[in-house]
Design a protein around this ligand. Sequence first.
Ligand SMILES: Nc1nc2c(ncn2[C@@H]2O[C@H](COP(=O)(O)OP(=O)(O)O)[C@@H](O)[C@H]2O)c(=O)[nH]1
Ligand SMILES: [Mg+2]
Length: 441
Amino acid sequence: MGAQDTICALASGPPPSAIAIIRISGPAVAEVGKRFLASGLPEPKRASLTYIYDASGELIDQGIALHARAPHSYTGEDTLELYLHGGPAVIDHALRALTSVSGIRLAEPGEFTRRAFENGKLDLTEAEGVADIIEAETTAQKSQALRQLGGGLTEIYDTWREELTGALALIEVMIDFPDEGDVPEDTVRPILERLAKVIAEIETGLGDRGVGERIRDGFRIAIVGPPNAGKSSILNRLARREAAIVTDIAGTTRDIVEVRIILGGQVVWIADTAGLRETEDVVEAEGVRRARRAAAEADLRIHVIDGAAPSPPPGPIEAQDIVIFNKADARPAILPPDGALPVSAVTGEGIDTLESWIAGFVSQRAASVEAPVITRARHREKLAAGLASLVSAREALAQDIGAELAAEDVRMALRQLSSVIGKVDVEDVLGAVFSKFCIGK
Ligand SMILES: Nc1nc2c(ncn2[C@@H]2O[C@H](COP(=O)(O)OP(=O)(O)O)[C@@H](O)[C@H]2O)c(=O)[nH]1
Ligand SMILES: [Mg+2]
């Protein structure tokens, strides 16, 4: 798979569609123009209507050709885009004709963007932004992806890297200082100031309660409560389908059932969990363990009280959590506690309010961080490691012998931050990042 291969792929959606876009990138573009386009390769960035023939002279279609010359293209290579009629036979004929030329093959998923990355047109966070914008279903996801694609994260990481490179230079001066053990206060202070600034900003970034990742992957909500309270019925109401099994047998739900819905402009995963109770059943016990973990990891818990049966008080409730009093249609066995929302999974009473409470929570949480610096677990891991190195550098500097150690720590931190934007250690992540792309992107 050398970069000298020319790649081609259908870049538009599945046929039939009004128009099919076939994308070609690599050194064979000139040859394609000469061999297949009746009017030859068009002037760069000038749309040109042309007949397109295969090698045996059979007409493939009439369409628009658009050419961009390296390095002024998306991939940084010579590229050609053909806008054809979006029928399966046209697409099939075009791709067969192209791949019959030696040196031209079908592209792997994300390979156009991977070439753009390798040719320095995009850094890794910008390439991730490209993947995210294609996947975006909510406006919030789209805005976040656009910001990332436009270098929003790159800028932040570059500022940090610049600050740390400056700190490193000062530490190196300190190491070379003639009078060891007698470094003037003035030398250390600007280093500590630089470290403190970056440390504080990374801590703020890490302390965002995962908002960037949640906007991208969805907020997590867990429905918890005693067996038979109606948790699965509530989930089905929210999902508007029978996602979870509902019976009057306590202990029916064992594994976690998750449904994905859009509320408050955000993707929300709602998890139905096993009823919390002591049990001898090994499978159910495992379900209860998973339920507790899902509850602990969720951004928000919906505690369900069984209105028809006196139930134990709900588990640990956090400030933002929602408490609902289910089976409001049945003759209540107990009175709803203060602040609990009366609902009925059977009649649907209160479900609208429950939805608007959830929507309010997620939209507020999403807006609580103006511009998240983390949108993927990959960023979080690297940032956390970078932070640990910087904290250790700061400690080392507090001791006289520490300059060498501090320099090493700052270098480590720089490496972690650089790997987020793909400047170092890219081999491990490239496959993982680009394989998730669509073909043709
Ligand atoms: N009357 C009434 N029964 C309900 C309501 N919600 C659930 N149930 C019944 O309560 C039983 C347990 O429901 P389920 O959703 O499986 O509870 P889970 O164990 O908490 O998941 C089933 O027989 C449901 O039909 C409700 O709002 N009103
Ligand atoms: Mg259940």
